[in-house]
Design a binder for this molecule. Structure first.
Ligand SMILES: Nc1ncnc2c1ncn2[C@@H]1O[C@H](COP(=O)(O)OP(=O)(O)OP(=O)(O)O)[C@@H](O)[C@H]1O
Ligand SMILES: [Mg+2]
Length: 238
């Protein structure tokens, strides 16, 4: 079986500084795969490159059997790869519904779009309750829900989430993690970037630990959760 996403020896640089130094990993359809690692490890750079927002200096990205090299970002969305960015980047002055509609900007099937907006409200009832309000009035956790809902509006084959738990209370973080489990149960394939290693490893099929632009360690989430070096470095244990 070929993977939905295949990343081979990917390198990405900002000018002379190489932020991603030859990483390889794959994501099978139906899996949750996580990239964990400390600040500056290159996680966001990796996702932005997969989305076509940054150009790799070398390496190969294959998505659903097609090479993504040189494919512009909007085309990548239409191929089925959606990105919920670090920091959320919702549009604060637009309503919740309008933010969701923007996630469907490449679609023309009005009835389908309506159905998926309803699906986002089913997934996150608070978004439905406040659909007509400006998105900037939402709490941080609710904005994260909106960012995830918006990414889902392109009907992605692969959903990439960059630090969805960042800055959230433990309860809100748990809600977001539960939603990831629910999306997986519904068949969504997810590439999850997290600094919260405990949460990410607990739900990931496969995990990769990034350190200064490289993948240091890979394995099933449950395995890395019990790995001594991971526990020391990322789970704050002595
Ligand atoms: N626009 C940029 N210009 C120059 N260097 C950058 C730029 N964006 C990121 N970097 C550098 O690239 C490296 C990787 O950054 P990246 O944002 O990918 O890390 P990250 O793993 O997502 O970190 P964090 O957990 O803090 O979000 C860092 O050293 C960072 O300073
Ligand atoms: Mg980041």
């Amino acid at each position: 079986m070929t993977a939905l996403l295949e990343v081979e020896d990917l390198r990405v640089a900002y000018g002379k500084i190489e932020a991603v130094k030859g990483i390889s990993f794959s994501v099978e359809a139906g899996q949750v795969v996580t990239l964990i690692g400390t600040n500056g490890a290159g996680k966001t750079t990796t996702l932005r490159t997969l989305s076509g927002l940054l150009k790799p200096s070398s390496g190969r990205i294959t998505f659903d059997g097609k090479p993504l090299g040189g494919v512009p970002a909007h085309k990548i969305v239409s191929l089925g790869l959606a990105h919920s960015p670090e920091g959320r980047h919702i549009f604060p002055r637009l309503t919740i519904t309008e933010n969701l509609q923007l996630g469907a900007f490449l679609r023309t099937d009005k009835a389908g779009i309506e159905k998926d907006i309803q699906r986002a409200y089913d997934l996150f009832p608070i978004l439905g309750e406040r659909r007509k309000q400006a998105a900037g009035t939402l709490s941080g956790g609710e904005q994260q829900m909106l960012a995830m809902g918006r990414a889902l509006m392109s009907q992605p084959q692969l959903l990439m989430l960059d630090e969805p738990s960042m800055g959230l209370s433990p309860i809100m973080m748990q809600k977001i993690m539960e939603t990831i489990v629910e999306l997986k149960a519904q068949g969504t394939t997810i590439l999850l970037v997290e600094q919260n290693a405990q949460a990410a490893l607990s739900l990931a099929d496969q995990a990769h630990v990034m350190e200064v632009g490289t993948i240091k360690l890979s394995g099933p989430g449950s395995e890395l959760l019990h790995d001594e070096s991971v526990r020391k470095t990322y789970l704050g244990e002595d």
